[in-house]
Design a protein around this ligand. Sequence first.
Ligand SMILES: Nc1ncnc2c1ncn2[C@@H]1O[C@H](COP(=O)(O)OP(=O)(O)OP(=O)(O)O)[C@@H](O)[C@H]1O
Ligand SMILES: [Mg+2]
Length: 255
Amino acid sequence: MLEPHSSPQNSSLPRSGLAGPTPQVAVEIRRVAKHFGSGERRVMALQDVDWDVYAGQMSLIVGPSGCGKTTLLSVIAGILNADSGSVRIFGSEVSAMSDRAKTRFRARHIGFVFQQYNLLPALTAAENAAIPLVIAGWSKAKAVRRAKEVLDSLGMGKKTENLPSQLSGGQQQRVAISRALVHQPSLLVCDEPTAALDHETGLSVMELLRESAVKPDRAVVVVTHDNRVFHFGDRIAHMDDGRMIQVEDRTQVAA
Ligand SMILES: Nc1ncnc2c1ncn2[C@@H]1O[C@H](COP(=O)(O)OP(=O)(O)OP(=O)(O)O)[C@@H](O)[C@H]1O
Ligand SMILES: [Mg+2]
């Protein structure tokens, strides 16, 4: 488990305290639309999407290939600008920010995990995991020390000096998760984090995400089309053809 630490990174973000029976809305998406291309090539990737993501929960976005999952995740994370609509993250309206403010917000408050890990091959596991802290201005030595603690908490304590090429796929994904969590982001977004992994390793990565990233004042959004990991979701948002067609609340099922 990650221990709270006293970095200034998250200090400007409003926090709600514990999520009680009515969890706090972490991400509020309203009437979001996004198209790509023009003329005959114009594709409506997102149409009129409304969705609430709750703190203290893992929310999954599922749906067929091309339905808009990655586009929605990218809009939530401020990587892509929507054509219209709004995205608020813990009360901050990301959709209204300048590109520069958005980049700063992202660096402080959002962690990413991708299908293909995106680790830098010449850096050790610890150096890779330390990157967000170095970007935030930490000294390399302090950042690597902190990254090693996070790697250790994810069962990677003996591999901190390994290069990515010296790690298995599941271990590389653990390094990528450590990198995403090292600055204690309020929102963790993951795009198909298990797609490059065998089933067993995929399950253990999902378990790890639940254990290490689902906290009362944080939210996790995972895009997947692997129905073998659907049971990890507290909420499952089903998309089709750019629209949010149904949101299942599995916390009620489990209760
Ligand atoms: N940069 C782009 N330029 C043009 N069209 C795009 C671009 N990115 C996505 N699209 C289109 O937008 C639609 C939604 O794409 P998106 O990548 O969000 O789907 P997805 O649900 O993540 O699919 P997959 O499960 O295959 O990853 C698709 O029709 C896709 O072809
Ligand atoms: Mg995708």
